[in-house]
Design a binder for this molecule. Structure first.
Ligand SMILES: [Mn+2]
Length: 196
């Protein structure tokens, strides 16, 4: 069974299409109209080893909020749909991601129980044209729709590009490992309840 999904979501504010292949090679084709956000989504594919195609046309003349949030929603929906009943997955993973002076740790439970803890602060409102407060908005939308318990904490860091990128790389690394198939329980759902 190929774990993949394709979702298109259209509102008055945005039009988003997402194609995801969970067992991929980290290949991506991303176009959101926001350069730095494209760079972050590239990292998400590259370090999770999922293949991602994401196209977003949003109301950027207002600001980036709707576009970033709606990509998070649509990507989360596609991720969840691709994984189905979560049979055989490792489920839990964590990572410590250094980027020069910055260190971020991420822990995930691919649980179907959405919860975000986000303890990362930025010292600038912008990275290039990108609004740093939208990093949290993206992960909130993604965790909610993907059904992830997701904890992100930047322990220290100075450069805002490094801080944001370490969060995306950490999430990529953890979700990539958490959705890998555990050969010792490949046919089972990894919960004593029998369902996730
Ligand atoms: Mn970078």
């Amino acid at each position: 069974m190929t774990r993949q999904a394709e979702i298109t979501r259209k509102t008055k504010e945005t039009e988003i299409s997402v194609k995801i292949r969970v067992d991929g090679a980290g290949v991506s084709r991303i176009s959101t109209g926001i350069g730095f956000f494209d760079h972050m989504l590239d990292q998400l594919a590259r370090h999770s080893l999922m293949d991602l195609e994401i196209t977003a046309k949003g109301d950027l003349h207002i600001d980036q909020h709707h576009t970033v949030e709606d990509v998070g929603i649509t990507l989360g929906q596609a991720f969840r749909q691709a994984l189905g009943e979560l049979r055989g997955i490792v489920r839990y993973a964590d990572a410590m991601i250094p980027m020069d002076e910055t260190l971020t740790r991420v822990a995930v439970d691919v649980s179907g129980r959405p919860f975000l803890v986000f303890k990362t602060a930025f010292s600038n409102a912008k990275i290039g044209e990108f609004d740093t407060e939208l990093v949290r908005e993206f992960f909130q939308a993604f965790a909610q729709n993907a059904g992830l318990t997701l904890h992100i904490e930047t322990l220290y860091g100075v450069n805002n590009h490094h801080i944001a990128e370490s969060c995306f790389k950490g999430v990529a690394r953890t979700i990539g490992r958490a959705v890998a198939i555990d050969e010792r329980q490949a046919d089972r759902i990894p919960s004593t309840k029998g369902a996730l």
